[in-house]
Design a binder for this molecule. Structure first.
Ligand code: NCD
Length: 362
């Protein structure tokens, strides 16, 4: 049963005890994202709409008149991009997405330069941001922090939307949105995402992009998910429980070579040793078996795609970038367009964009 109560009518304890499936829709308004916090808040219909909007935006943006139109849509808004964890692509693509829509972005990328150094709590810091900005985009090492802030702000006079740009080892919903958009485009002429086999490889234990993408893929029919890595880096139980509950076919294995020929998409990830309790702890794991080589490529379907959220560490050789199945650099660019689509939807200017597109491009 969908909970129809607004977020502010729910206690923090209640919210924490809800499973992600029940919690997700609370972050939407009228079946549209208001906050963007967890993958569980997105339905198939929302994913289709975001993808179509992203494609409309990228075509509109090709002309000067189109770019001007987009940049006039939200030029009365300001966004704070608050990243207390390293980032290149996610940070810059949000920055660029704001600029495309005319939003003025500001940034805090190092908590050491904020009043947190004077002992202020991160909660008070974020509440301060909400006084000056209309949108908060945040990346934190703390699991659930963006969610907590969305709940906390919903009880203040300025409940501004929050976009989670990566929360601990937990979720990275906008990366998953760009991954889905990339898959939608890649399989456009091959029946779409339905019925495909997606193979996840690498640090599945700590990769938040894997948890979010695995969840979004459950919106599609008959998608098989295969988790291939060293048993010590296998995907956490909650991910598998979710697949079981939804009746999704999945496989857990350590045999990369066997999985390659069956894959329609391979989603490579790096070792996330920044989470090691003892520095260098994961260094002793021999993960070379989970790197993609020319031998694997020879076994890979010609219609398959190779993905990676990046940054990479050597699990895909640079020479492989030239293979037409390698689409990770396209993912990077798609990330900017899908973030434009998401922000436009949050601020309800999506209908205006589609109308402009219909008049000028269709
Ligand atoms: C990912 C992340 O931050 O979780 N990077 C990204 O946003 N593209 C993956 C990673 O850091 O390995």
């Amino acid at each position: 049963m969908k909970d129809a109560r607004p977020l502010r009518d729910i206690t923090w304890n209640e919210l924490q005890e809800m499973d992600a499936g029940r919690k997700g829709p609370l972050f939407n308004r009228h079946d549209r994202p208001y906050h963007c916090l967890i993958a569980q808040q997105f339905s198939r219909e929302m994913l289709d709409r975001l993808g179509d909007l992203a494609t409309a935006v990228r075509r509109i943006a090709k002309s000067k008149a189109g770019s001007r139109f987009l940049a006039g849509l939200l030029d009365h808004k300001r966004a704070m991009i608050y990243f207390s964890q390293p980032s290149s692509r996610t940070f810059l693509s949000f920055y660029a997405a704001c600029q495309i829509l005319g939003i003025k972005p500001s940034e805090v990328r190092d908590a050491a330069t904020s009043s947190e150094m004077k002992g202020e709590s991160p909660e008070d810091t974020v509440r301060t941001f909400s006084s000056y900005f209309d949108l908060l985009i945040m990346r934190t090492p703390k699991q659930g922090f963006a969610e907590k802030m969305a709940w906390l702000l919903s009880n203040t006079d300025r409940p501004v939307p929050i976009i989670n740009a990566g929360s601990g080892k937990d979720q990275h919903p906008t990366q998953a949105l760009l991954d889905i958009y990339t898959l939608q485009r890649s399989f456009e002429r091959a029946g779409g995402i339905d019925g495909k086999t997606v193979v996840f490889v690498g640090d599945l234990a700590r990769g938040r992009t894997v948890r979010s993408l695995s969840c979004l893929l459950t919106n599609y029919r008959d998608v098989r998910q295969c988790f291939v890595t060293d048993p010590r880096l296998q995907v956490p139980d909650d991910v598998l429980e979710q697949l079981k509950a939804k009746g999704v076919e999945y496989e857990v294995s350590d045999d990369f070579a066997a999985a390659v020929p069956r894959a329609d998409a391979i989603y490579m990830t790096r070792i996330q040793d920044e989470w090691d309790k003892t520095p260098g702890e994961s260094g002793h794991l021999d993960i070379s078996r989970y790197s993609l080589t020319a031998k694997h490529l020879a076994q890979l379907k010609m219609t398959a795609v190779l993905m990676h959220p990046l940054p990479r560490r050597g699990e895909i050789e640079v020479a492989i970038d030239r293979d037409p199945r390698a689409i990770y650099w396209r993912q990077v660019r798609n990330g900017m367009w899908i973030r434009v689509a998401l922000i436009a939807t949050v601020f309800n200017v999506d209908a205006q964009i589609l109308e402009y597109y219909k008049l000028n491009h269709a």
